[in-house]
Design a binder for this molecule. Structure first.
Ligand SMILES: [Zn+2]
Ligand SMILES: [Zn+2]
Length: 313
């Protein structure tokens, strides 16, 4: 649909709960293909089909997109745990878009709905939606991990859940340009790899590691917050759902897997609040604050947290 043909009654696809047929088909491709690439990836790594440029591109794109999702989409835009100056806001929204997890407005709407109904009816991705038997939780786990994006029916209407973002001209524009950013994210690693190595081989390995493997890793780490962190992990804080803190995902998720604290105190800018809990996104927000790019940061309030503590340590 062209922008000229749009009316108020038919907002662009990026502003609706789910996209059209083509977009839904592409989501299958972008979730399934990178996942399938992981296995041969390990094989190729043993075979020497990986160079320094691939490692650097993989790590840099992973860090940029994980920061965009965790610090940007999640802590800033969904929960308002800090405010950003315009430059940082735009940078985080673009970085998050490059994670290929959907336009910022739709992501935020779904996640706000998740918090509103967490692990109850209406939650877009609870592993407990089918019940508590082993088979029900197995089915629920697959649904919470990726099924909800592929065939879920409880997606959130951005008009209802993210009107503040729809009214933000920068975030609305970045949401509208999601497809362009997705293409850049898919092709940039190949271009960088090709230029670095001055060969088609460099472009191919750049695409393999910097795009396919990076997207698969990034997707499954994010998906694991919705699946693994809602069926397992310690619960040192009182939340009204089944969210848990999963320590072994803390580094890869940049602190997002301290999910029990997050559900207990959703606007807190730091999720890893207990001793020894590494939270890279909180560290980054601290740096943003130091540079004056972030302000009104909601750092943990010890008194408030104490009241939410359970007997579990
Ligand atoms: Zn959750
Ligand atoms: Zn959240």
């Amino acid at each position: 649909m062209t922008s000229a043909a749009r009316t108020d009654a038919s907002p662009p696809e990026e502003f609706q709960a789910v996209g059209g047929t083509l977009e839904r088909a592409l989501i299958w491709v972008f979730i399934v293909v990178p996942t399938l690439a992981l296995l041969p990836g390990i094989f190729f790594a043993w075979g020497g089909w990986i160079g320094w440029s691939d490692v650097v591109v993989l790590i840099v794109f992973y860090l940029i997109t994980t920061t965009g999702i965790g610090a940007g989409y999640h802590r800033c835009f969904t929960h308002g745990s800090f405010k950003c100056r315009r430059g940082l806001k735009i940078a985080l929204a673009i970085a998050g878009s490059m994670a290929l997890e959907g336009p910022v407005i739709r992501w935020v709407a779904d996640h706000r709905k998740h918090h509103k109904f967490s692990d109850r009816e209406g939650d877009p991705h609870s592993p407990w939606r089918y019940g508590t038997s082993a088979w029900a939780v197995t089915k629920g786990f697959v649904f919470a991990h990726a099924g909800w994006v592929l065939w879920g029916k409880d997606r959130a209407d951005p008009k209802h859940y993210a009107p503040d973002l729809l009214n933000d001209r920068d975030l609305a524009a970045i949401s509208r340009h999601f497809r362009v950013l997705a293409v850049i994210s898919l092709l940039a690693p190949a271009i960088i790899g090709g230029l670095w190595d001055r060969s088609w081989h460099g472009a191919a390995t750049g695409f393999f590691w910097g795009t396919l493997v990076r997207v698969a890793l990034m997707h499954h780490v994010t998906f694991s917050i919705n699946s693994i962190c809602h069926v397992s992990g310690k619960k040192p804080f009182t939340a009204r759902d089944r969210s848990g803190n999963v320590w072994w995902l803390a580094i890869l998720s940049q602190g997002e897997s301290w999910h029990n604290l997050h559900h207990a105190d959703p606007t807190c800018a730091r999720h890893g609040v207990l001793k020894g809990q590494i939270d890279i996104n909180a560290w980054l927000i601290k740096q943003f604050e130091r540079f004056g790019w972030a302000y009104d940061v909601r750092w943990p309030d010890p008194e408030r947290l104490e009241k939410k503590r359970t007997a579990v340590t």
